[in-house]
Design a protein around this ligand. Structure first.
Ligand SMILES: NC(=O)c1ccc[n+]([C@@H]2O[C@H](COP(=O)([O-])OP(=O)(O)OC[C@H]3O[C@@H](n4cnc5c(N)ncnc54)[C@H](OP(=O)(O)O)[C@@H]3O)[C@@H](O)[C@H]2O)c1
Length: 304
């Protein structure tokens, strides 16, 4: 197996941890760049894995860490902006992509795997989707100019152990007794398992067929949000009457819930849900896997 070195931004998160594990299990040396090394000390148990604290917005430092890597993976993404943390969608998605390219240029790394999102578009309905789309446009332009070998992934919602989607709904379902008011119940999603997503990243790294390509990643089943929440309730063994909120009520719920700790639902999330997060094409054959279905796997990690 090729032992090319991989540098991951956002490697301490839900997807990043699974990817770092898969790559190091295959014997690849991986460096996870994090803003908080102490918080991610648990990753250090793997000999092939280095965890390095770094200001990822400093292109000079980033270039130093990229030096000698064969590929860079950028998984950084935020679902909510935060004035308090000085974190905006534009900075985390677009500005950081510019900085990553600059640092790759300085360090002579050509290969980039970039995590975007289903429906990302510079004229998308939410700031999340607009800034993810603007970052994609930048990367495609620079890739077409021949400067980088870029692969972009656009998954629908990602589920699996430690996710924030099914686990957050499970948590809310447990806490809210009897009646569960659900915003955007008819929004359609096509969840994809985290291990299928990271397998695509791992299989793409050295495969030139994936250079310059953009892949949508979805699981085999498409469901409304109502159907998904009902599936989560069944998996954790709680009985709730799930009440469909109207569009106006959904928007009001988002306005109210943005002030709760952890911002479980915000106006920007509400806007993202105005477009169905489903794939137009079958799962990309180039990765050689069949994606797993949510109903076959959810009970393996969500328990009553
Ligand atoms: N999860 C999903 O359902 C889903 C669906 C579609 C697309 N995506 C995309 O997939 C990627 C990974 O998602 P995830 O669920 O693994 O996210 P996650 O668990 O929140 O992890 C993201 C990582 O990015 C880093 N990060 C967060 N905010 C940052 C900021 N403002 N500046 C720089 N770094 C920051 C953090 O690393 P440190 O704190 O260690 O620096 C964090 O571990 C994201 O780009 C996301 O938009 C996710």
């Amino acid at each position: 197996m090729n032992q090319s070195k991989v540098c991951i931004l956002g490697g301490s998160g839900f997807v990043g941890r699974r990817l770092a594990k898969l790559l190091t299990d295959g014997g690849r040396p991986v460096t996870v760049l994090t803003r908080h090394r102490e918080r991610n000390r648990d990753l250090l148990v793997r000999p092939e894995l280095s965890v390095v604290e770094c200001d990822v917005y400093d292109p000079g430092r980033l270039a130093g860490h990229f030096h000698g890597a064969d590929a860079v993976v950028n998984l950084v993404g935020i679902l909510n902006s935060s004035r308090h943390k000085n974190q905006t969608f534009t900075t985390a998605h677009l500005k950081l992509s510019e900085i990553v390219l600059e640092a790759m240029n300085w360090s002579g790394v050509r290969r980039l795997l970039h995590m975007s999102a289903s429906n990302a578009s510079a004229d998308g309905p939410s700031e999340y989707l607009k800034t993810k789309g603007a970052a994609e446009n930048l990367l495609k332009m620079r890739s077409m100019q021949g400067e980088f070998d870029t692969t972009i992934f656009r998954p629908s919602v990602i589920f699996g152990p430690g996710d924030s989607f099914t686990n957050r709904f499970a948590d809310l379902l447990r806490r809210i007794p009897l009646v569960f008011p659900l915003a955007c119940p008819d929004s359609r999603l096509q969840p994809v398992h985290v291990d299928d997503v990271v397998t695509c990243f791992a299989n793409a790294i050295d495969n030139p067929k994936t250079f310059g390509q953009t892949y949508e990643l979805c699981g085999p089943g498409s469901y409304t949000l109502y159907e998904l929440v009902a599936m989560i309730a069944a998996a954790i063994g709680v009985r709730r009457k799930i009440v469909r909120l109207s569009d106006r009520q959904s928007e009001m719920q988002a306005k109210a819930m943005q002030y709760l700790p952890g911002q479980p639902f915000t106006p920007d999330n509400y806007k993202s849900l105005q477009v169905d997060s489903v794939c137009k094409k079958p799962f990309p054959a180039v990765f050689g896997i069949e994606p797993r279905a949510m109903e076959d796997t959810i009970s393996t990690y969500l328990t009553s």
